[in-house]
Design a binder for this molecule. Sequence first.
Ligand SMILES: [Mn+2]
Length: 384
Amino acid sequence: MIQNLHLHFETMTMLRGLLHSTTFNWASFTSVSSRVALASPSSHSVAFPPSRPASSESSSRCLNKPLSSNDMPRMGGIASFMRLPVQSDTQGLDACFVGVPLDTGTSNRSGARAGPRQIRCESVLLRPFNSKGADPFSCLNVADVGDVRLNMYNLPEACEHIRQRFSEVIQNGCVPLTLGGDHTITYPILQAIKDRHGPVGLVHVDAHSDVSDTMLGAKITHGTPFRRALEEHLIDPHATVQIGLRGTTHTAEGNAWQIRQGFRVVPVEECWYRSLVPLMEEVRTLMGNRPVYLSFDIDAIDPGFCPGTGTPEIGGLTPIQALEVVRGCAGLNLVGCDLVEASVTHRQNTRVAPPYDFEGTTALTAANLLFEMLCVLPGVTAPR
Ligand SMILES: [Mn+2]
């Protein structure tokens, strides 16, 4: 206990030193953060290891572990995703969580800029095994690589920042699990993914098709990413599935445009009252071994469950169906996943903006779905 207190004292002293230093060094900060995240009774005997030892069933690699609530109460520690170690570089990582705090592509309510931070806050409840027994942290080395630095005042420039950062993130084979951010961000992420993997299959779960050509004359918005992705051959239209589409539309055409391109469109009416397990069998057959990207817009889920989103539509998926879709991606060659459009509002802002995400349920659902995405990545022990 004394040793452990000493370790916390050391980390606090280091942080204080950083805050007082005149030249702020981000690399030093992230390396100290990872040490803080690791400070726990079970790790204090080893001086600041980059990661805690892997469990016995894995290889000799040292794999990162989330900070356990049995080592540090949930309200403590650095609020990275699941309180994983924080590092900016992805060398040695199999997967990472990365935030993109951008919502200037939204058309109705804003707030998704706060998604990454709030999802990380709610992720403190998550334990390292899912309810089916999947054990990602004994199979993959995972960290939180922080947020993308971007210019929120200039969407094309922000997209270029995102593309460049994701090119770095995936350059060593690390699979990004992205905390959005509005749906604009998937377009530059897919650009980076295409440079490494070629055109990918796409599992797109959403209330909206997001294939508008323009919005108010703009080509880059949260309603246009998959139109741009198709034009630039970032996705294979014959291996693109859109699940949960619904809501009012500007014209009577509905989903005819995407269907003409070759997309498999699953309107929400095809999801009502049923399990989506058979649908996901069909999706796995369609995708085969090709690289696949999973993009999950939280507004696919009914706003009764997830009210904290920018463009809510009634009659949506249940959280159970959302789990069936994500878990149904097990076996796919997933090369990236995102969870976008969680439009939370900080409690301290509730006097000037309505608190869309009552009691944090949207961010909690988002955190769980991101963890479930990690659980179905290639290389993770199959659920029992
Ligand atoms: Mn969307």
